[in-house]
Design a protein around this ligand. Sequence first.
Ligand code: 5HY
Length: 264
Amino acid sequence: MRIQVINPNTTESMTATIAAAARAAAAPGTAIVPVTAPTGPVSIEGHYEEAIATIGVLEAVRAGEADGAEAHVIACFGDPGLLAAREIARAPVIGIAEAAMHLASLVATGFSVITTLARTRVIAENLVFAYGMERRCRRVRATDLPVLGLADPAADARGVIATECRRALAEDGSEAIVLGCAGMADLAAALSDELGVPVIDGVGAAVKLAEALGALGLATSKGRDLAPPGIKPYRGFLAHMAPRGGGAAQRAPRDRALAGPDAA
Ligand code: 5HY
């Protein structure tokens, strides 16, 4: 199976951390194709950065589809562009936040999410509700570590995260931890050993779920809201992102009129 693993921020060193975690989780025979977003912020720590990063994600998914990807992983804990990517991709698309939360709910009745800056907490909290995890996620906690600070030895990210995990286990009534950033992917196993509870990294979780979908022959349902976007003119610097059809694209009557008589 060929799984494209997309880092929605533009920091290559973080893509390397993500790729290593994905390859560590992948089954023999699974090819991991790591990709750094072609455009966007060096790290994603807020709504605006997430909105901009979504374009890079969709560009990577379009390219990956053309390149024969059999699944796509969005390796940023905000799952930027997840549903939009599912519209344009034939292959399944898995977000690391959704994957981690679902696996956590299989091994514990309650889990806590440990994320980076306080301002990103609301993004994770919104996903908890979007994924129907509000009864299983006990709390989303921030460490105030910036995303790109995770790789800085001086920041002692593992120590800071371990301390917040212990607080979560003591105060939230949680029995598992979800790591709230792709940049924490390389810490899961060591933290799990240290804390004695399941610590879930979304990158590995998403790769395993992609493999499971592949093995079961499951892909995104194209019956309703995840059907390909309609064919219509796009204007301005993103005009190249206009869907070109092929597959089951719908042509809205109004758009047919806009596109003119000779539109295919
Ligand atoms: C991530 N940002 O996984 C998120 C984490 C966060 O650039 N990669 C990022 O703080 O939301």
